[in-house]
Design a protein around this ligand. Structure first.
Ligand SMILES: [Zn+2]
Length: 454
């Protein structure tokens, strides 16, 4: 069904207002309070006759779930999802417009959560409302879940929903963050779609020594031993190639001008990869990103040792934020760390872990719909990629959903606004027309994938 330009322009107005309203509700996490936002969505959905439920793992930690039934065929449901919570706004002085004002100025919609990710929440709500309003016959159920607590690890949000209410959110496919925006990889503009996310492996590294008086230095001082071990962690862990990264590199390499077209595939060569990234790629942040996609990583974050200046402590610890590639266990990561620190007295303990989530290969009817709509509306290829962090995809993936990070947003690839700078940054904002592009793009993908064939 095609809808007139007038119909879409009124939809766009409605979509902007909904996003502004969501941005005006402070859902900063911590402490986290998603209730008002969930209730706003519930009222908006009801205007198109959609029933929804608000489910709370703790007071005010609200998750909203809404289902639009298909025609009872056996096709697996599609889940549209986004998180309602946002990271703290930080220093208010550094915002051009207050972070919870939802101001529309200079063609931009401003506010904490504009890109991460109330835009996707508002777009998903619009899509399910429009399918209901326009009475589009569906061959599969469409589920919309607006969740709490993603920014602190999903415990009261998607993870809780998956564990406590699996029947409400089980889907065969899911669209969420992070992807659907154009970006240059090397020189080629592409639309990135996340189909993999690394696993998490938080570790504690412990070194023991002998306690004593600070006036009597000891060679087995635990703090010194820990420092020595930490300094070795600057070395990169071993190179590993995973299918999602291989496809990402091969597909983006083909789009490059010469000589990059020939050089880029060498990133997949274990012997040449690091040299190319360190010497030949001028964009340092892109080079570092490639490094993280080609290996397990750790970042030391929290150090603990000693209480008093004149007492040598008997132990020292460092917490490491470890991230693992698909199909690599935390044990493999620990073995890799042991080989680097080369000290059998160092103990490793796992604080928290979950494996990587991967939708590989991504090919499916939904993937085809994404590629076709992106090509039609942006003239660019969609390319699957992996992110080094994690999203709600790791929760919904446990119920079997194939995750596509696709929250479409049009940005000028050569413009000043860089997607990566907006995430958790000051002056978080999105161009209003880029957001409207996203609303219609998401609608078309979902309609193509869900509409009845007759
Ligand atoms: Zn997010």
């Amino acid at each position: 069904m095609t809808h007139s330009r007038e119909a879409w322009s009124s939809v766009f107005g409605e979509a902007t207002a909904l996003l502004q309203d969501l941005l005006r509700i402070d859902t900063t996490n911590p402490p986290g309070d998603e209730r008002e936002a969930a209730e706003l969505l519930q009222r908006e959905l009801a205007k198109d006759g959609l029933q929804s439920e608000i489910l709370e793992a703790a007071p005010k930690r609200s998750n909203l779930v809404c289902r639009l039934k298909g025609n009872a065929s056996s096709e697996p449901p599609l889940l549209l999802t986004g998180h309602l919570d946002v990271v703290p706004a930080g220093d208010l002085e550094r915002w051009t417009h207050p972070p919870f004002s939802g101001v529309l100025a200079d063609g931009m919609i401003w506010g904490r959560g504009a890109v991460d990710m109330k835009n996707m929440v508002a777009m998903s709500a619009m899509v399910i409302k429009l399918l209901a309003r326009w009475e589009v016959p569906l061959r599969r159920d469409l589920i919309f879940a607006a969740v709490a607590d993603e920014e602190l690890g999903c415990d009261l949000g998607s993870r809780w929903l998956v564990e406590q209410h699996p029947d409400k959110v089980r889907a065969g496919f899911a669209l969420g963050e992070i992807g659907g925006f154009p970006q240059r990889v090397g020189k080629a503009p592409v639309v990135l779609v996340q189909t993999g996310e690394k696993g998490l492996a938080w570790l504690r590294m412990r070194v023991r020594g002998t306690a004593g008086h600070g006036s009597m230095p000891r060679p087995d001082n635990a703090v010194i031993k820990l420092g020595r071990a930490l300094s070795k962690l600057n070395e990169r862990l071993p190179f590993h190639l995973t299918p999602v990264v291989e496809r990402f590199v091969r597909e983006t390499a083909r789009l490059q001008p010469l000589p990059a077209r020939l050089v880029m595939p060498q990133l997949l060569n274990a012997r040449l990869s690091a040299t190319i990234l360190d010497r030949l790629l001028p964009d340092r942040s892109q080079a570092e990103l490639f490094h993280t996609l080609l290996r397990n990583t750790v970042s030391p974050t929290v150090l603990r040792a000693g209480q008093k200046t004149n007492v040598i402590p008997d132990q020292a610890t460092a917490e490491l934020d470890g991230r693992t590639l698909p199909n690599f266990s935390v044990d493999v990561l620990i073995d890799e760390l042991r080989a680097i620190v080369d000290d059998d007295q160092i103990e490793f303990e796992v604080i928290k872990e979950h494996p990587a989530t991967i939708n590989d290969p991504p090919d499916s009817e939904l993937w085809s719909a994404i590629c076709d709509v992106v090509k039609e509306r942006a003239g660019l290829p969609a390319v699957p990629y992996m992110i080094p962090g994690f999203t709600d995809g790791q929760s919904f993936g446990r119920l079997g959903a194939r995750w596509y990070g696709f929250s479409p947003l049009w940005l000028d690839v050569d413009g000043e606004l860089r997607f990566s700078d907006l995430f958790h940054g000051y002056d978080e904002r999105i161009p209003e027309d880029g957001y409207h592009w996203g609303v219609k793009t998401l609608y078309q993908v979902v309609e193509r994938f869900c509409r009845s064939r007759i």
